[in-house]
Ligand binder design. Structure first.
Ligand code: ZN
Ligand code: ZN
Length: 211
């Protein structure tokens, strides 16, 4: 197993950004770079990682604000689920809604799909389509590394909100059931805040988070 990772907060809402890399090739993929692109590049440099891909768990502004600069600086491929393309193309509306300056978006290069793989050097993570918080929300799972990046589907203290564009309570419940079935050895890293385990889902009050 040669997959390594480092998770750190970035952007206005302290989004969990992940740098995943293959220790054999030193090639890496960034998940949800949300701000401070220079600092993110410094982190990759510290680990000796060349960024080859940028993958979004979903296309909300608070997971993507550093994508334009990072894509330009690294020429990495951008991965997104096709059901979140309307959100991606409507980024200006999202930014207006939250009173934030809009940013110019690059075209995605590759589409994420259920059952597909996210390649990180010689390593692979499974792509889980986990709709509900947004139509194209995805998780990236490595059973070998005991790691799941789940975006805003669930959090340590609650579940993702479903009142934003294309959100669905019914779809979210089905996605939460999928997460609940994962082995408890897996560290689930949400879009914001601390990690948790599958057994914690449904054992708490089903509070909806602000994300
Ligand atoms: Zn979100
Ligand atoms: Zn978020």
């Amino acid at each position: 197993m040669s997959l390594d990772h480092f998770v750190f907060p970035s952007g206005l809402l302290g989004t969990n950004t992940a740098l995943l890399w293959c220790t054999r090739t030193r090639e890496g993929v960034l998940v949800d770079p949300a701000g401070e692109p220079e600092e993110i590049l410094d982190i990759a440099l510290q680990y000796g990682v060349a960024i080859r891909g940028i993958a979004l768990t979903h296309a909300h502004f608070d997971h993507a604000a550093a994508v334009p600069q990072l894509k330009e600086l690294t020429q990495a491929d951008l991965y997104i689920h096709p059901l979140d393309l309307p959100l991606w193309e409507g980024m200006e509306g999202q930014c207006n809604h939250f009173g934030l300056p809009a940013f110019q978006l690059p075209e995605p290069d590759l589409m994420l799909e259920e059952g597909g793989t996210l390649e990180v050097g010689k390593e692979k993570l499974s792509i889980l389509h986990l709709p509900g918080h947004s139509p194209g929300s995805c998780g990236f799972l490595s059973c070998e590394a005991n790691l799941l990046l789940c975006g805003d589907v669930a959090f340590a203290r609650g579940v993702g909100r479903t009142d934003l564009w294309g959100g669905s309570d019914e779809a979210l419940q089905a996605s939460l059931l999928r997460l609940r079935s994962l082995p408890d050895t897996i560290e689930i890293v949400p879009g914001h805040g601390p990690s948790f385990r599958a057994s914690m889902i449904g054992t708490r009050v089903r509070a909806t988070e602000d994300y």
